[in-house]
Ligand binder design. Sequence first.
Ligand code: HEC
Ligand SMILES: [Cu+2]
Length: 489
Amino acid sequence: MKNKRYWIVGIIASTIVIAGSVMFFMPGCGESYSKQLQGQEFAILTHAPLVPLPINRNHPTKVIVNLETKEITRNLADGVEYNFWTFGGDVPGKFIRIRVGDLVEFHLSNDPNSKMPHNIDLHAVSGPGGGSTSSFTAPGHTSVFSFTAMNPGLFVYHCATAPVGLHIANGMYGLILVEPEEGLPPVDREYYIMQSEFYTEGKYGDPGLHTFSQDKAVDERPSYVVFNGSVGSLTGEKALPCKVGETIRFFVGNAGPNLVSSFHVIGAIFDKVYGEGGTKISQQNVQTTLIPAGGSAIVELKIKVPGTYLLVDHSIFRAFNKGAMAMLKADGKEDLTIYSGKQKEEVYYSVDSKEELWGGIKEPSTTPLTPNLSNVSPADFGKAIFNQTCIACHQADGKGIANVFPPLEGSDFLNQNKDREIETVLKGRQGVITVNGNSFNGIMPPQILTEQQISAVLTYVYSQWGNSNKKVTADEVTKIKNQKIVVSK
Ligand code: HEC
Ligand SMILES: [Cu+2]
């Protein structure tokens, strides 16, 4: 009995040992991550909006990062120039991607043409100044320092040379992603976006080369709030491409230097948010996520309906008046059950005005018209519009309704002035009018019709019930439509 029990214990124990060692030596499976530093590689850095490829090592390594500070002049907006100070020649600085436990040997070089010394404070560094105390570099010099990435997460880096605010305000920031041991779950696309403010002497859009405004910066009154270093860096032709159904991951940084970002995608919901750039999914199904100055967030979403989506700071004047807008353009198949698009448009009367207007007689017909022009004669087309649009008030026989709706049948008013009646249909009519000796004081709402539809319906009306048989062309309607002044009452 006793012997048997030892046997069982022995078998269980050796199974655990064997399984454990298999898991330890087999890369890429289970908990088989080594803490042992192995090998060496050069980091491949990317300019925004691109992100370096995911890391698939299961061990830390020595990573050599070469980054150059460079002072450049380029557009901040169309026709607006600014002297940017950069990490890697553009704003935001290049994206650095490493893995937790990596030993980073950082080489910071300052372009010989720089006017300023620079350094780097990486929020991923555990140590005084985040590296800035060891990386102060004069123009034409290179500084080297090393750090071990102790914590995974998405971190901001920035220049911390005095005056710190000026170096950040001029564009010296970027993101460094420290992947956790097991990496991030694979997705279809990753993009790098960084928000920041610019404080210029001169207003938003004032043309020319602009200099930094200390006053505005201290008062936190930016002239520009932008994504990726300039107005329009990710709009129009430069919209970020994606496909319907893909999982898209944004690494979003906020450099400030002052403002907090309310990051939002108009028409989409973040399925997952790694709040503040940490490693935990802090929320799911989020509309807007807050990104502190000097902080970040990782957001993931799926676009379900094709189209162009705006990425904004939902402090909305920043988006529409200061530049904080980017675009994500999704190609793919429509799904009308998720989003139908406009199904119809009709005239609306509030309950009150409807009672007043119609006195319970009849509601206006407001069905929108989408006739197939190719197989309908102009006369039939006009008649169809009359029957769908005008009939409710003016009646099928054009006789109208006594005291409420004037007749179109043999109407002296209608036959007097063609331009005026084009205007009636286009823009509506109200006030006292006299038709065939009877006065009316009602409201005809503007008709939601195209120029072509209006020309057809009026031509039809003129051809009926003893009217003057005038022809109305679409061009004549366009002319009246564009005319600012009222033809006549
Ligand atoms: C919702 C009711 C309503 C609809 C729909 C409507 N009208 Fe009118 N219409 C009126 C009223 C009411 C007046 C008189 C306005 C006033 O008192 O100033 C009027 C006036 C007119 C007049 C000038 C007076 C006359 O009798 O000659 C014309 C022409 C006219 N409508 C044409 C049309 C045509 C064409 C359509 C369709 C495209 C149309 N209306 C649709 C209510 C309507
Ligand atoms: Cu600097």
